[in-house]
Design a protein around this ligand. Structure first.
Ligand code: P1T
Length: 393
């Protein structure tokens, strides 16, 4: 690694870490090594250690080195989706172990913990991780992992990573943080004590809504050995082109995040004053219950804004179907703005009673604020919010 965290700044690492000019031709951009296998120099003598692309591929290795550097980590592994990355972490556990999981997580993550790994004898407890005492009370001698999303998807609640990492470590449990919403540009969980950082690279890392991917980063060589072994053994690896696309996205991560945030702050402030809006949830607003923590543990507030519209589902539907620039779609983190309804879309796999219990109401709308011109985004939302549902009676 010649471009290391600590020696170079984030913007430089994003462009150079793992991406030195290619040895044979001097190509400035890492080539797409679209190959499944490698001719060996002799029996059991693969060139440079590459023997089969499920185990290792030079394009993937470059991307893994880059994402590790951006998280201030030593080791990265890449997967074919965020869920693939999440799944790989489970190979640190055994039947009989327990996991404490945040009570507001991506719907697919909730589904994975409740409908997939529970079948392998791993029990999950869903706890509000914003409450460190509640997390502490939930630990049992069987708890081997603490799983935290911060800010959460979609309610944007923040958990104190330093305090939780200290707690998990004192109990001998792994602390895993899904950093998808902030990206390493705004938040570095390993610096705050986490063992592993998880990403859906589909989102801000890739940044252009053209690739599905996942990544894990750690500083712990033993954890990395296990992750690497299971990555190869299970095989949920991304292809070389997907790695290349994500790495191209990483080069502009800093620039994009600054623009996402600039638009998000202005939109959140404007929405807060809008007469059709009941409540705006954005960590950058002074009204956010965890605003002080946001200022302390993140270097920015990100590009995700959630809000509750007055008038419940019917009015929400009219807003969601009324925008033109904001596209009605699942996912987030791309340059284009997206709007979605967590209860019907991204979090539909969470039972209704549970959704209501934690605050995912029918009036809740989530925005992934893109980097289009602010005025166009504002005009678009204003028009959709003003198109009142009229009574058919
Ligand atoms: O879609 P995939 O790349 O497998 O990532 C799953 C995932 C993991 N973690 C978080 C915090 C996520 O938000 C996601 C995926 N989320 C969406 C598709 C969404 O619209 O919220």
């Amino acid at each position: 690694m010649s471009f290391k965290p600590g020696e170079y700044s984030f913007e430089t690492l994003a462009i150079h870490a793992g991406q030195e000019p290619e040895a044979t031709t001097g190509a400035v951009v890492v080539p797409i090594f679209q190959t499944s296998t490698y001719a060996q120099e002799g029996l059991g003598k693969p060139k440079l250690g590459y023997d089969y692309s499920r185990a290792d591929n030079p394009t993937r290795a470059a991307y893994e080195e880059c994402i590790a550097a951006l998280e201030n980590g030593k080791y990265g592994t890449a997967y074919s989706s965020g869920m693939g990355a999440i799944n790989n972490c489970m190979y640190l556990l055994q039947s009989g172990d327990e996991v404490i999981v945040g009570d507001d997580v991506y719907g697919g993550t909730f589904r994975f913990f409740t409908k997939v790994i529970d079948g392998f004898g791993i029990k999950s407890k869903f706890i509000d991780t914003t409450d460190v005492a509640a997390v502490e009370a939930a630990f049992t001698p069987k708890t081997k992992m603490l799983w935290v999303e911060t800010p959460t998807n979609p309610l944007l609640k923040l958990s104190d990573l330093k305090a939780l990492a200290e707690l998990a470590r004192s109990k001998g449990a792994y602390m895993v943080v899904d950093n998808t919403f902030m990206s390493p540009y705004f938040q570095k969980p390993l610096d705050l004590g986490a063992h592993i950082v998880v990403h859906s690279a589909t989102k801000y890392l890739g940044g252009h809504s053209d690739v599905i991917g996942g990544a894990l980063v750690t500083n712990d060589s033993e954890i990395h050995e296990r992750m690497k072994f299971c990555q190869k053994s299970v095989g949920a690896v991304p292809g070389p082109f997907d790695c290349w696309l994500t790495m191209r996205g990483l080069k502009t991560l800093a620039v994009r995040m600054r623009e996402h945030e600039r638009n998000a702050i202005r939109l959140a402030q404007w929405l807060e004053e809008h007469e059709q809006v009941e409540r705006v949830i954005y960590p950058g607003l002074a009204s956010h219950p965890h605003h002080e923590l946001a200022k302390k543990q993140m270097s920015g507030f990100g590009g995700m804004v959630s809000f509750i519209v007055k008038g419940g589902l019917e009015q929400a539907r009219s807003v969601l179907e009324g925008t033109k620039v904001f596209l009605l779609a699942e996912s987030l983190g791309g340059v284009e703005s997206l709007i979605e309804h967590p209860a019907i879309m991204t979090h539909a796999s969470i039972p209704k009673e549970r959704r209501e219990e934690i605050g995912i109401s029918d009036g809740l709308i989530r925005l992934s604020v893109g980097i289009e011109a602010f005025e166009d985004l504002q005009k678009d939302l204003d028009a959709a919010l003003s198109s009142r549902v009229t009574c058919g009676c």
